[in-house]
Design a protein around this ligand. Structure first.
Ligand SMILES: NC(=O)c1ccc[n+]([C@@H]2O[C@H](COP(=O)([O-])OP(=O)(O)OC[C@H]3O[C@@H](n4cnc5c(N)ncnc54)[C@H](OP(=O)(O)O)[C@@H]3O)[C@@H](O)[C@H]2O)c1
Length: 333
């Protein structure tokens, strides 16, 4: 039995807690929140016996094996640091951190302490991603050439909310663009060159953005993200012999289609119960049982590389989060 703790008792925390119910060898042991009331409410709903009204006492709780960090992104680094220093394995929500400087800092800490750490990029762990990998390995689409995708949804106009508020790490790139950048990285690796444009709204965050990456061998990624515009929300990988679509909702996928240049399309569906966070949680548990400190499906070096790409994408926009120096590559205050 792996004993999970959840740090940050917000919206996503509730869904992760519900997903853990799918895993007979997992249980929610503890919840940490800045608010005792919020911690108790989440713990009571999901049967956790231990509540902490402080991130520090939560991190030091010896009854926890693995922590799911579910705070808003500007507090990911602090939450991860507290937990790693206390020797807890950590699964941290996306975006891993606000910038690459923070990411390298946390990864160095985990490695120096030999403690498990992984970015919670849950898309990679859904069952339908296995046949997708098999199609690619079998060369069904030939040589992959172009990755195209979009992730945009229409948020209510709440300037103080986490999507539009600069102080809360708002903006399309960090909230939803990261899924596209992560898939692009999975298919094509780190880009050689990045160009981008953003529409910065009145709160200063990118309400929509477009990115084009050039990868080695002339491969391209063409991606758009938005938080004030509803878009198709699917992705396509085009190759010399056909294409693979990951259907909406591509970030928590249950269906893919392979369409050859000639011939009939093939669709695979892998529906799943609950919210879908059980797959990444199960992977973490497998890593812990095997004594690993990193995942081979979401490696820490790739997480850093993805954060570096996100920094490069927003560098020309002049978008800086509070505490960041003028250049995202400069250390934070
Ligand atoms: N994988 C996915 O599908 C998915 C979906 C949505 C969000 N996310 C990610 O999950 C994270 C949380 O998103 P959410 O929608 O759950 O956010 P949320 O409900 O708005 O907030 C989550 C928690 O952040 C904590 N927090 C810590 N310091 C804070 C501060 N100074 N001000 C405000 N909040 C603070 C709060 O925890 P306490 O008050 O309890 O301490 C709050 O409950 C984000 O990084 C987001 O990108 C992932």
């Amino acid at each position: 039995m792996i004993r999970w703790g959840i740090l940050g008792a917000g919206r996503i925390a509730r869904k992760f807690a519900a997903s853990l119910r799918e895993l007979p060898d997992a249980r929610l042991a503890a919840v940490g929140s800045r608010s005792a009331e919020r911690a108790q409410a989440l713990a009571a709903e999901f049967g956790a016996l231990r509540c902490h009204a402080s991130y520090r006492t939560f991190a030091e709780d010896p009854e926890v094996d693995a922590v799911y960090v579910a705070t808003r992104h500007p507090w990911h680094r602090e939450a991860m640091t507290l937990c790693l220093r206390a020797g807890r394995a950590v699964l941290c929500e996306k975006p891993f951190t606000v910038n690459a400087v923070e990411a390298r800092d946390v990864v160095a800490l985990a490695r120096s302490r030999k403690v498990f750490l992984m970015e919670a990029m849950w898309t990679r762990f859904f069952p339908v991603m296995t046949p997708l990998a098999q199609w690619l390995a079998a060369g069904r689409i030939g040589e992959p050439r172009l990755f195209q995708g979009d992730f945009g949804f229409l948020n209510d106009w709440k300037p103080e909310g986490r999507h539009l508020n600069l102080a809360l790490g708002g903006g399309a790139l960090l909230d939803v663009g990261v899924y596209l950048v992560s898939l692009s990285s999975k298919f094509f690796g780190r880009p050689e060159s990045v160009v981008s444009q953003a529409a910065l709204g009145e709160t200063g965050v990118d309400e929509s953005c477009g990115m084009v990456f050039r990868h080695s061998g002339g491969r391209l990624s063409v991606l758009t993200a938005a938080i004030r515009t509803d878009t198709r929300k699917d992705v396509v990988l085009y190759g010399t012999a056909g294409r693979i679509e990951i259907h909406v909702p591509f970030w928590k996928p249950s269906a893919i289609t392979f369409t050859p240049l000639q011939g009939a399309a093939e669709r695979i569906e892998r529906p799943y119960p609950n919210f879908g966070y059980q797959f990444e949680a199960a992977h973490v548990m497998q890593c812990l049982r095997e004594g690993r400190t990193e995942s081979s499906l979401m490696p820490l070096d790739e997480t850093i590389s993805i954060m570096e790409t996100l920094d490069a994408v927003r560098a020309p926009w002049g978008l800086r989060y509070p505490g960041e120096c003028a250049a995202p590559e400069a250390p934070c205050v």
